[in-house]
Design a protein around this ligand. Structure first.
Ligand SMILES: CC(C)(COP(=O)(O)OP(=O)(O)OC[C@H]1O[C@@H](n2cnc3c(N)ncnc32)[C@H](O)[C@@H]1OP(=O)(O)O)[C@@H](O)C(=O)NCCC(=O)NCCS
Length: 109
């Protein structure tokens, strides 16, 4: 019997952007499937989310962060035009692991 699902596209990433509490900044994040790393997808996705936020909501203040050892994330954030502003604390959702984070911001005038 023919499999009608062979052409179904595979999901390669997830991400989000939205207001960061009441700071006035919008925060974004993305995750790329491991076997798809290194193709520019995270940068493309992050820039697309920022463009959408600008056009649909007039956002001018962006922020993002990553666990300090995750240098690829820092590079993606830098390629989106954000600059390092301070260290913070990164924590797994279940609290089982904490480490220093690097926090970035971009303000467009
Ligand atoms: C971080 C992550 C999103 C990057 O996705 P990606 O699609 O591979 O990213 P891109 O290809 O757009 O860019 C990666 C950049 O990091 C660089 N890079 C990769 N590994 C690196 C390392 N160990 N040290 C420094 N830079 C590194 C790449 O060279 C590239 O920069 P370049 O274009 O200047 O060469 C992906 O690794 C991931 O999903 N990680 C797990 C989840 C995570 O940490 N998410 C981030 C939280 S916001």
């Amino acid at each position: 019997m023919r499999n009608n699902f062979t052409a179904v596209p595979k999901l390669i990433d997830s991400g989000d952007i939205g207001p960061h509490g009441n700071t006035g900044y919008w925060r974004f994040c993305c995750n790329i499937r491991y076997d798809c790393w290194g193709n520019g997808y995270a940068t493309e996705a992050a820039q697309a989310m920022m463009d959408y936020a600008r056009k649909a909501f007039g956002v001018t203040h962006f922020c993002a962060s990553h666990a300090e050892p995750n240098l690829a994330s820092g590079r993606v954030i830098a390629k989106c035009g954000l600059e390092f502003v301070r260290y913070g604390i990164w924590s797994k959702l279940d609290g089982s692991c904490k480490m220093r984070s690097m926090e970035y911001e971009r303000v467009e005038v």
